[in-house]
Design a protein around this ligand. Structure first.
Ligand code: GDP
Ligand code: MG
Length: 307
């Protein structure tokens, strides 16, 4: 099982003149790790590039003390590789190779991309491992789904998460094992019922996760299990990005090619997901981890799943 650190990031994001040298000395700092997981070809890498665009611009505005601007007309998203078509692109887990230093209570951010669950080339075991490992490592696991949250999505999630929880036994398991779970529903089609974004997402999620006495036991226990495993569960609803983004092979990440309502939502959703209120530094058993400790844990988890 490999966790690949993506060192290709230097080029375009470094227009601000910063170099990797700044990253020395972070070993004792706390970090926030954001992960996006879910089925393949559903815009995970694309979403992470929106995060990178936001976080790098935030970093720049904080360091130069200038107003924040991002996703403007001339913006071209880049970072994690993404592609149109039907074949999977990301394999295993890819982690952005450079921490993005954000001045807030929450420390620096590192984004992480995972292979699609259930592509045609992986076994169920591999998908489960990728999902479990990325959940273990991240402070916010984004579960990327299309259309809506279905019962089998919850069931798989519950299984994968339990598989991850087993790895935590080695480090002493008490309290809720994981931090934030964020459902991100793409191409959401009922904005008249539930508004796009965070607030509609909350109402929608409440309806999905509701536990009722008249529910079959199986449905209830999946919901209870998820609530037991995560400190916070949140949800964001996103509109369709428009045919240029979704269907054109020629799409190169230009913000101006996004459908306006989508771009507007991205501009709201991404900062909300990066809100220090939602994103807490990575902790295990209630203790904040330093980057040094984090690396140690990643090695231990990988060894656990390899074993
Ligand atoms: P991944 O395999 O989940 O990482 O998906 P990618 O990020 O590589 O994107 C796959 C394709 O979906 C690309 O053509 C993207 O431009 C497109 N895409 C990105 N976001 C969305 C979205 O919200 N909805 C739809 N329908 N397509 C999207
Ligand atoms: Mg991808």
């Amino acid at each position: 099982m490999d966790v690949v650190v993506d060192h290709r990031q230097g080029d375009a994001h470094r227009q601000d003149g910063h170099s990797g040298e700044r990253n020395c000395g972070i070993a004792d700092e706390a970090c926030v790790i954001i992960s996006v997981a879910g089925a393949f070809r559903k815009g995970k890498s694309f979403l992470l590039n929106c995060f990178l665009e936001y976080l790098y611009n935030l970093q720049k505005s904080q360091q130069a003390d200038v107003p924040m601007e991002w996703l403007m007309d001339d913006c071209q998203l880049h970072g994690f590789h993404w592609r149109s078509g039907t074949k999977r692109d990301t394999i295993g887990i890819w982690m952005w190779g450079e921490p993005i230093m954000i001045e807030s209570a929450s420390g620096e951010n590192i984004a992480m991309d995972t292979q699609g669950t259930f592509d045609n080339n992986s076994t169920y075991q591999q998908c489960m491992t990728i999902f479990a490992l990325s959940t273990l490592i991240s402070s916010c696991q984004i579960y990327n789904l299309v259309d809506n949250i279905q019962e089998d999505n919850l069931q798989h999630l519950s299984l994968f998460v339990e598989y991850g929880r087993m790895a935590l036994r080695d480090v002493g398991d008490f309290g809720k094992p994981f931090q934030t779970l964020c459902f991100c529903v793409r191409d959401f089609k009922s904005p008249e019922e539930y508004d796009y974004g965070q607030f509609g997402g909350k109402r929608y999620l409440d309806s999905v996760l509701e536990i009722r006495d008249d529910q079959p036991e199986e449905l209830r226990s999946v919901r209870e299990h998820l609530m037991e495993c995560f400190n916070d569960i949140i949800c964001f609803l996103m509109p369709h990005p428009g045919h240029r983004v979704a269907e054109r092979q020629s799409f190169r990440g230009h913000a101006k090619d996004m459908r306006p309502v989508f771009r507007e939502e991205v501009r709201r959703i991404v900062p909300a997901m990066c809100d220090p209120e939602n994103l807490k530094p990575k902790s295990v058993n209630g203790k904040t981890l330093t980057c040094r400790k984090m690396i140690q844990y990643i090695k231990e988890y990988v060894a656990h799943f390899d074993g």
